[in-house]
Design a protein around this ligand. Structure first.
Ligand code: NAG
Ligand code: NAG
Length: 624
């Protein structure tokens, strides 16, 4: 026992040689919007538990309870509730650091109805990461914390308390949008894990996560949205101990790669080196699968292995593992090559690379705890749980490039339900520019049935393209009456809606029928009788005369009053009519009037117009 302890001590001292390295505190922004005197953006540290709202923001009003200010007791006991009334801001409860674990404070705040926990540091120091204490990790309540928590500096906390005590309302916007970088349309993430399944709830939690996240992870990977890499931590044995029994049972490759004994007892069960070898096998599996272009098979292998080859059933063996590998169609020879000779006194390139990767780079600190999730080179803080992790990964995509899986009900915010998120919508056609994402809503003109809507997404979206009239008639007026249909939609959306001939109006809400008779636009000849219809008009001529719509005039019917020269008359009329139609576009009224008089004059020669003397045209060309 003594021996074991002293050895472990050695390992830990050794470990801390590297873990003293770099630990990066992940932060997000806290913006105080009121009171004016405190207005500004401050930093706060994301807790290592609960569910930070990666990619999103949250607005709330701060309450500093009169009792239980360290939140170590249940707030029910002191009869305080933070549940906000409908229509008011959610409550962010401000508590003091000390006396109990951060996780217990968060749990009490959550049960009291708070939407977020803000812990005020009790000393003046740089922000730290609030963590789950090792001995509390097994407690069920830690897993149930689902509110976000933030640690703020002592000075900021004091200022907030001062403002509150003088009766001011303190409003805060917690902003996690920049908590993770989101430079492009692909997210790189790493999961630092372990094949050991006998470490209690921590190991069970890892396996549960891998199992539940597998489907999502594979989907993201197959479509190229993410690049995932699994990682394994190993340690090395100090030079002086390489030949000791402990190092021999915990390490491979001559003390180069070690893992702690699963039961922490060297005399029974599996040894540390069994874990190292299995970790190496998983890493090699990933390498081989990745080389064959199917990196996502790692998720299958790890879940299948956990189910088929657990330590508990004494199946944590090479044989069992090989069966799983074979069942997944991976070349066993390549895996064996990658593992190499674990007794040899030489380096294994895969494990060497893993050890190098443990050392922090850029925005990421050293990896020293398992499991660790790194997204876009930042360490993820929060619960190792499908929805929470997916939300964080989704926030790693550049806005609006996130895959559709980020919009599934698990993680969406439903901001479109209220007031359509402030975006454009066409209620009658049930078309909205509001798209709900885990980040909150975006207002973006949609594509509906292959018709692209264009516009700013907030106040206006218009259907564009040739198909545009097929959806809600392009947002234009349309009406049908008695079998006649008219539409104000035209193919070119830039011209908007245009009322068809015979109508006038804005083309969107209404087009009014033009009364051609009253407004004297047609059917104005003396023998004409005008009757307005919807969208058009009817014109009839008195007696036996026929109405000629193109010219808006009455003429005699062939065969009734016409002479033998009737056919010539008709020919002349039609030639003139065609000429009139050609000129119509240019000198609509002038030409038309002119033609009228010409025809009148010609006609008068053949069949005197009965009722009236010929009108005198204004252009004075009345004589033939
Ligand atoms: C996996 O394959 C991709 C593309 O072939 C490569 O860029 C990446 O570095 C590989 N990952 C590992 C860990 O080998
Ligand atoms: C509008 O469309 C959405 C999704 O496209 C649908 O869920 C909803 O039921 C529709 N509402 C109406 C009133 O048609």
């Amino acid at each position: 026992m003594r021996e074991k302890l002293s050895f472990l001590l050695c390992v830990w001292i050794l470990l801390c040689g590297s873990c003293l390295g770099r630990f990066v505190v992940e932060k997000n922004n806290l913006r105080i919007t009121s009171p004016k005197s405190l207005r500004g953006v401050y930093e706060c540290a994301i807790g290592n538990f609960g569910v930070p709202k990666y990619g999103g923001t949250m607005v709330g009003s701060v309450v500093y309870p009169k009792l239980n200010q360290k939140a170590c007791k249940s707030f029910d006991e002191v009869r305080i509730s933070f549940r906000s009334k409908p229509g008011s801001f959610p409550t962010f409860v401000l508590v003091d650091r000390g006396d109990c674990f951060f996780t217990l404070k968060a749990w009490n705040a959550q049960n009291g109805g708070a939407a977020a926990l803000i812990v005020v540091d009790d000393r003046s120091e740089a922000l730290i990461t609030m963590d789950t204490p090792e001995e509390e990790k097994n407690d069920e309540y830690v897993e149930k914390i689902n509110i976000p928590s933030a640690l703020v500096s002592r000075s900021l906390g004091d200022n907030i308390k001062k403002a509150l005590s003088s009766g001011e309302m303190v409003n805060i916007n917690l902003d996690w949008r920049e908590a993770l970088p989101h430079p492009d349309d692909r997210v790189e993430y790493e999961f630092w894990t372990n094949s050991n399944d006998e470490c209690g709830p921590k190991c069970d939690n890892q396996i549960d996560f891998v199992r539940s996240f597998k489907g999502v992870a594979q989907q993201l990977e197959k479509k190229g949205f993410t690049q995932f890499t699994p990682h394994y931590i190993t340690w090395y044995c100090p030079e002086a101990f390489i030949l000791s029994k402990q190092c021999k049972s915990q390490c491979i490759n001559h003390g180069r790669y070690c893992a702690p004994d699963p039961e922490q007892d060297f005399s029974q069960g599996y040894d540390g080196k069994d874990v190292v070898i299995q970790n190496l096998r998983q890493a090699c599996f990933f390498k081989v699968a990745n080389e064959s272009g199917k990196p996502w098979q790692w998720w299958d292998y790890v879940t299948d292995f956990a189910i088929r080859c657990p330590m508990k059933k004494e199946k944590y063996t090479e044989e069992c593992s090989n069966q799983v590998i074979k069942s997944l169609g991976i070349d066993l020879k390549k895996i064996k090559e990658c593992i190499g000779d674990t007794h040899a006194d030489n380096e294994n390139p895969v494990l060497k690379a893993e050890q190098d990767a443990q050392i922090g780079r850029g925005s990421r600190g050293d990896v020293t705890i398992l499991p660790t999730l790194v997204i876009n080179n930042r360490q993820y803080r929060g619960k190792l749980e499908k929805g929470a992790v997916l939300k964080a990964i989704c926030s790693g995509f550049q806005e609006t490039t996130e895959p559709s899986i980020c919009l599934t009900p698990d993680i969406e915010t439903n901001e479109c339900l209220e007031n359509n998120g402030g975006c454009w919508q066409d209620k009658s056609a049930n078309i909205s520019a509001c798209r709900d994402t885990f980040r909150g809503r975006v207002c973006e003109c949609p594509i509906v049935q292959n018709v692209k809507f264009v516009g700013d997404g907030y106040t206006n979206c218009e259907a564009s393209g040739a198909l545009r009239c097929e959806i809600n008639n392009g947002g234009c007026w349309k009406e049908s009456r008695g079998g006649r249909a008219y539409s104000a939609c035209i193919d070119d959306h830039t011209k908007g809606c245009v009322c068809p001939p015979g109508f006038r109006g804005d083309g969107v809400k209404s087009c009014e029928d033009v009364d051609e008779c009253k407004e004297k636009v047609a059917c104005q000849c003396p023998e004409c009788k005008c009757q307005n219809t919807w969208g058009s008009y009817l014109c009839s001529c008195s007696g036996d005369l026929l109405y000629l719509r193109e010219n808006d005039m009455c003429i005699g019917k062939y065969g009734s009053t016409a002479t033998a020269n009737g056919s010539i008359v008709w020919m002349v009329i039609f030639i003139l009519a065609a000429a009139a139609a050609g000129g119509y576009a240019f000198y609509k009224y002038r030409i038309q009037r002119y033609m009228d008089s010409e025809i009148r004059a010609i006609m008068a020669q053949y069949m005197p117009l009965d009722n009236q003397p010929p009108q005198v045209p204004s252009h004075g060309n009345q004589e033939i």
